[in-house]
Design a protein around this ligand. Structure first.
Ligand code: ACO
Length: 438
């Protein structure tokens, strides 16, 4: 890794030059505190009449950010500089939320105050419960979450002035705190059980568990091992720099849209199977394989490509090495199954699948390694979550990342409305022909 102190701005007068039709265009090269430099192409169109073309933004940095750093080649993930493994092992989700939102680990007093804010914002407006009854019982919880989160701005209009720092903070607290309640209500609605109110005596993960699994007719005991595992899963998913859903939140927010609407856009994006829907897809794949003896046949189908079958939970746009979150997730998976005394054949399938894939030339050459979703489905299933709740849980965890990135963007003096350009390949100008002459 090529690291240096970002505050020293070693950009100097370094430039990259591009020769287009014999005209040389010089562009500044900017350095971050760590990681690859960027070529600032902001003036390229003005100076050359050309756009850059990069579908999927594989080589394009859309912003500068101080929140999360990934080194995909080395398998490193840092939140505000702290390695994910350290945070997952020694911190807790609420502290990580503070860190992502404010940039530094909190003092004991700051943590207490923040925890109190989050705990006291967990209830949703009582009228929101009526929203749920408008949905079909068999609606996917992500469909419900897109709608309900988008509607938050109609209930909490007093925190939607994006230019007011106090509004931004209140909206952030509300979103982090209410998302578990909204997700748990979506689950309860789908199984026809009454909504369970949040409990202020429980921590973030334990409270989410009780809102999902408690019923009004008997006391609910939270298993501390399960609560700790869930807390860790939330830490692992809390932010991941400019991924598809976060970029969606930033793009939506760049127009000045209110934060609740922006997060609803992020939830919609997260739903896709190439993103947050992957743990659901990975578990379904393991179920389809069913037994270790069927793995070689499955691997053959993946490598054959003709059926479009992929090894779900494998591969990543950024990680070309083992996803550091996958390691922690694998450990958590073993811990939870052992504590709950569950023997899950799918864990055997997953481990053997991983072993075979990591020794197979196809996966080695393409640098495909397990990502965070490979084991998370097994853990979540062991805890008792149905498959349809996997992505909502991801949304609950990622909310803090989305809101921290949204806040950073609003506070960035370089912020502009996101407006990509295109390579137009449609018809050139032609005259309208009336319908009787076509
Ligand atoms: N199984 C089999 N082959 C794969 C896989 C996979 N999981 N992932 C990539 N490949 C192959 C592609 O077929 C392609 O092969 P080619 O070069 O011969 O055409 C090559 O590897 C590169 O793949 P791309 O799709 O171009 O890579 P990209 O960076 O666009 O995709 C993605 C990343 C979407 C995550 C992909 O690896 C994938 O579909 N994985 C499975 C879904 C998944 O687990 N998603 C979770 C991501 S993590 C998250 O969102 C939390």
């Amino acid at each position: 890794m090529n690291a240096h102190d970002g505050s020293k701005a070693p950009d100097g007068d370094r430039t990259a030059s591009l020769l287009i039709a014999n005209k040389q265009v010089k562009m500044p090269v900017r350095s971050g505190s760590i990681g690859p430099d960027v070529i600032d192409v902001g003036r390229l169109y003005r100076e050359s009449g050309c756009f850059t073309y990069d579908p999927g933004f594989t080589s394009t940095a859309n912003c500068s950010s101080k929140i999360t750093y990934i080194d995909g080649e080395e398998g490193i993930l840092l939140y505000r500089g702290y390695p994910i493994e350290q945070l997952a092992k020694t911190s807790n989700f609420v502290e990580v939320c503070y860190l992502l939102l404010h940039g530094e680990l909190p003092s004991a007093a700051q943590l207490k105050e923040f925890d109190n804010h989050i705990t006291r914002h967990t209830m949703v407006h009582e009228q929101m419960t009526r929203f749920y009854t408008g949905f079909r019982r068999d609606a996917h919880p992500m469909a419900i979450m897109c709608g309900v989160v988008g509607a938050l701005s109609a209930f909490y209009h007093d925190s939607t002035d994006i230019h007011d720092p106090q509004h931004r903070i209140i909206a952030s607290h509300r979103m982090i705190a209410k998302m578990p309640t909204i997700a748990a209500m979506a689950y309860k609605y789908s199984i026809g059980q009454p909504f369970i109110y949040p409990r202020n005596d429980l921590d973030f993960a334990a409270n989410f568990l009780q809102m999902c699994f408690a019923v009004p007719c008997e006391p609910y005991q939270v298993d501390p091992v399960v609560a700790r595992a869930l807390d860790r899963i939330m830490i692992l998913h809390a932010d991941h720099e400019q991924n598809a859903s976060t970029s969606t939140v930033r793009l939506a927010g760049s127009s000045g849209a209110n934060p609740f609407a922006c997060i609803a856009a992020g939830i919609a994006c997260l739903w896709g199977p190439a993103h947050g829907g992957a743990n659901e897809a990975a578990l379904k794949m393991l179920e389809e394989i069913g037994h270790v003896k069927n793995i070689p046949e499955f691997i053959k189908r993946v490598k054959d490509k003709s059926e479009g079958v992929r090894l779900m939970g494998f591969g990543h746009r950024v990680y070309k090495n083992y996803d550091p979150r996958a390691k922690v997730m694998q450990e958590t998976c073993h811990e939870v199954l052992a504590k709950l005394g569950i023997r899950d054949d799918l864990l055997d399938v997953a481990m053997e699948l991983e072993r075979i894939a990591l020794h197979d030339d196809y996966f080695i050459e393409k640098k495909l390694y397990p990502n965070v979703d490979f084991y998370s489905g097994i853990v979540l299933r062991a805890i008792g979550f149905p498959v349809s709740m996997f992505t909502p849980l991801f949304a609950v965890s990622r909310t803090v990342g989305w809101i921290a990135q949204w806040k950073e963007m609003i506070e960035d003096p370089e912020q502009k409305i996101g407006r990509p350009r295109q390579l137009y390949v449609g018809p050139t100008q032609r005259d309208y022909v009336s319908v009787d002459k076509r």
